[in-house]
Design a binder for this molecule. Structure first.
Ligand code: UDP
Length: 241
């Protein structure tokens, strides 16, 4: 089994899709609350947590562009979707008594704070969870790149990518029954073989800053805690594998 690196501060990236629960679209508040419970349990182990949430459950720029929209315009819509998801997660966490702040890379004074690194540091020191919204704040990027960027600037020990699959496979497990899951795999192999972990710019940013990427399924109850305790099923992307 792959060994979890020791972590004190993590960046947890959740793809937007997991917020829709069993629905085909949008936000399922009951499921978001379940996710929030997992995050709260992780924080209670003494971790400092930065959160990044995608927007794919609401809108993806590429999908809009494929239907004839201007790509940059569609990407801004995608960024706004991530802000909605961040607010939904903030609301769920606060329902559980967890203190949070949302910081958006697209300024929205009435709704949340702008991204200010030193202020985010202070929030973490005070035991708050910081939810970073709107990715890197620019079109042609994804929230994976946003997650890698925030992980680097907040000096996180690892980027945990909670998604619908339990790791990185050598081919698509939905199409190929014989697909093999890696326990560990190097950044360079991920990039060379174009393995679907995160987009290349996000993987490269993690590689250049030596941030391990831990890919695991957030859909199974208790899995985040198991992964953090080194008892889960996951793939770790790192320098030497
Ligand atoms: N997006 C963007 N720049 C960013 C982050 C996100 O343009 O820095 C847009 C992009 O259109 C993307 C959408 O927001 O498709 C939703 O984010 P993403 O696809 O990363 O969400 P996820 O797949 O994690 O749910």
């Amino acid at each position: 089994m792959s060994e979890m690196p020791p972590v004190k501060r993590v960046l947890l990236k959740l793809s937007g899709e997991v917020l829709m629960g069993e629905q085909g679209f949008g936000i399922d508040p009951a499921f978001v609350l379940e996710l929030a419970k997992e995050v709260k349990a992780a924080q209670e182990t003494g971790l400092e947590i930065c959160l990044v949430i995608g927007g794919g459950n609401i809108f993806r720029g590429m999908a809009g562009a494929a239907q004839g929209m201007d790509r940059a315009q569609a990407d801004y819509m995608g960024m706004l979707a991530t802000v909605m998801n961040a607010l939904a997660m903030q609301s769920a966490l606060e329902q559980l008594g967890v203190h949070t702040r949302v910081q958006s890379a697209v300024e929205m004074d009435q709704v949340c704070e702008p991204v200010i690194r030193r202020r985010a540091e202070r929030h973490l020191e005070k035991g708050r969870i910081v939810i970073f919204a709107a990715g890197v704040g620019a079109p042609y990027f994804t929230t994976d790149s946003g997650a890698a960027l925030r992980a680097a600037e907040m000096r996180c020990d690892a980027l945990l990518k909670g998604t619908s699959v339990d790791g990185v496979y050598d081919s698509d497990p939905k199409k190929n029954a014989g697909a093999k899951r890696y326990d560990t795999v190097s950044y360079d192999r991920v990039l060379a073989d174009n393995l679907r972990v995160m987009d290349a710019s996000a993987v490269a940013l993690c590689r250049d800053n030596d941030i391990p990427i831990v890919v695991f399924s957030i859909r199974e109850k208790g899995n985040l805690a198991r992964v953090l305790a080194g008892e889960g099923v996951q793939t770790i992307v790192k320098g030497e594998a």
